[in-house]
Design a protein around this ligand. Structure first.
Ligand SMILES: O=C(CO)[C@@H](O)[C@H](O)COP(=O)(O)O
Ligand SMILES: [Fe+2]
Length: 218
């Protein structure tokens, strides 16, 4: 069963809880949290203070996507703020093994992602250590960008590797997903789909979520 993880980045920051209530009403399980530090990516989003604050009233699985340099410095804080999955970038970690192991030791689900220009082959050896492999289908840093078609081949390669090596790793895709490209995305073999602007800025949130699940189930 494919699941949708709406990205908080595209929600209405002046009334976040109203949007979260709509997601809850639409039976959403995962919430994707994009953390940007202005160094690893050319944008700054929000930090653990905001996550902690929304954790109090929301039961979603918090899927935290860290677009920050050397994320190992802040893993405890993201755990304490309520993250369930922490995903780090291959390019951001000087000691990737140590970073992944620390997430595991903190008792969280371990996620690994990589920028579009990084070769898939670079991350394959780490997949035995991770619970979620996130394929970026846009350059990280901003919501609302166009979907990169070649990300589907990356999903297929990763899926093949996971199946051949009998690994227990979910595939997530993030960036530029819309209802019009969703079917092809699902057919490539993903388990989790992140969507931001198409969920929060395209009419009623609940109606949009239902459109996604209708396509998931088609
Ligand atoms: O990580 C990122 C961007 O860096 C994403 O999670 C986006 O926030 C998804 O937004 P859309 O592309 O769906 O608008
Ligand atoms: Fe993201």
């Amino acid at each position: 069963m494919v699941e949708l993880a709406p990205s908080l980045l595209s929600s209405n920051f002046s009334n976040i809880q109203a949007d979260l209530d709509k997601l809850k009403d639409a039976n959403i399980k995962y919430l994707h949290l994009d953390i940007m530090d202005g160094i690893f990516v050319p944008n700054i989003s929000f930090g653990f203070g905001l996550i902690k604050s929304i954790r109090k009233n929301n039961d979603f699985i918090f899927d935290t996507h860290l677009m920050i340099d050397e994320p190992i410095r802040y893993l405890e804080e993201f755990k304490d703020s309520g993250s369930d999955i922490i995903t780090v970038h291959y390019e951001a970690c000087s000691d990737l093994n140590k970073t992944l192991e620390k997430i595991r030791k903190l008792g969280l689900k371990v996620g690994l992602t990589f920028k579009p220009k990084t070769k898939v082959e670079c991350i394959l050896p780490y997949l035995k250590k991770v619970d979620v492999c996130l394929v970026m289908s846009v350059e990280p840093g901003f919501g609302g960008q166009s979907f990169m078609e070649d990300s589907l081949d990356k999903v297929r390669n990763i899926k093949k590797y996971i199946d051949e090596n009998e690994l227990n790793c979910l595939i997530e895709i993030d960036g530029g997903i819309k209802t019009h490209n969703l079917k092809r995305v699902i057919d490539s073999g993903v388990d989790l789909v992140v969507s931001g602007s198409d969920i929060f800025s395209n009419g009623e949130i609940k109606d949009q979520v239902f459109k996604y699940y209708k396509i998931f189930n088609s």
